[in-house]
Design a protein around this ligand. Sequence first.
Ligand code: ARG
Length: 459
Amino acid sequence: TQNAMWGGRFAAGPDAIMEAINASIGFDRRLYAQDIAGSRAHAAMLAATGIISDKDAEAIREGLLTVLSEIEGGNFAFSTALEDIHMNVEARLKEIIGEPAGRLHTARSRNDQVATDFRLWVRDQCDAAVGGLVALQQALLAQAEAGADWVMPGFTHLQTAQPVTWGHHMLAYVEMTARDIGRFSDARKRMNESPLGAAALAGTGFAINRDMTAKALGFDRPMANSLDAVSDRDFALEFLSASAICAVHLSRLAEELVIWSSAQFRFVTLSDRFSTGSSIMPQKKNPDAAELIRAKIGRVLGAAVALFTVMKGLPLAYSKDMQEDKEQVFDAADTLMLALAAMTGMVSDMTANRANLEKAAASGFSTATDLADWLVREAGLPFRDAHHVTGALVAMAEKKGCDLPDLSIADMTSVHPAITEDVYSVLGVQNSVASRKSFGGTSPDRVREQVAAWKARLG
Ligand code: ARG
């Protein structure tokens, strides 16, 4: 059978395979609320500008509300033959209200319709991502506040580097997620213009009012170029880019949780609520949520690459290739929101093991830099020489199988005569972190200041 929407110039209906490759209703039904909102705004505008009658607009409005409640009540029969959400809604509208339904598509195309629907959907996802990120920040902040002065090893190359504070480490992720929030908010601002009224690609001869539909849908203004309006998906690419960066942050934290919860580290204990067991090894408590966050991030990155690839070769204006935008964005958004929720749960529930953190902080010659700095400050050595002397002391301690503070003063002066008893005051991890008071540094004082600033910011 011929297509009810565009069958006029066709003698035959589509092959089943054509229908299968063409249809998007299997996934774009998720845009139903946005599609109906866009149609309501469009119909109201058509009436206000005298393009359709008030009576028809009212029939359309009521019919659309019925369609909405049918879909939300699960009483709507989606049809693959009707290809996508736009034609499914319109066809049902026609069944309900008859002839006026055919006037809804005046001065509109599915090209501006889908661009509008999808922008509205992605805009909501930006808000959802910000909400999820704020919740995560709050969980991180609570950890930072509790452990502002708990000392732990800071790593480079995953080798002990210098002592840092637990609070400082948690706040690093608060900063990272704050930039993620900035990216989603920025993207939202840029995407908040209305494509509706661009029609197929060239605009329309009807005297429509695009400001009116833009306003009704919460957009800041109509998009200024009809070709651009129907043919770009940079808003989706920006959302995916922001999601990809955010996902990488989540993945790195997930990786740390996997390492930290291992028997070899025992820096944190994850709650039972966010752990799983083993069917064979009774002792196991596995950090599956962290592992899955780390893994699922691949889907988000993949979605970004996929849509960039779809878009990169398309001439203006609309091409059907763009129908491939939705599944990628849907999956990336679902994955990101789930990962954010799981990370927030894990971080709120986890217990940092202070004693283990502090024990680990003191091992691995973590205060060697403090010793070198002491030689610069108190003995007047150039830093390069101080570095060399300290290196020799580390080698000596390693040979003796002890840590730096365990070397005797005789051992110390045998390497450099200017060393005095005072050096021991900088070899403890508490002193080490307390001394790092530079702005942005790890000292408990600085961490407490940052915690207070973030608490004020997050309210
Ligand atoms: N389902 C289509 C999409 O997702 C809607 C736009 C169709 N436009 C067209 N000219 N065939 O992009």
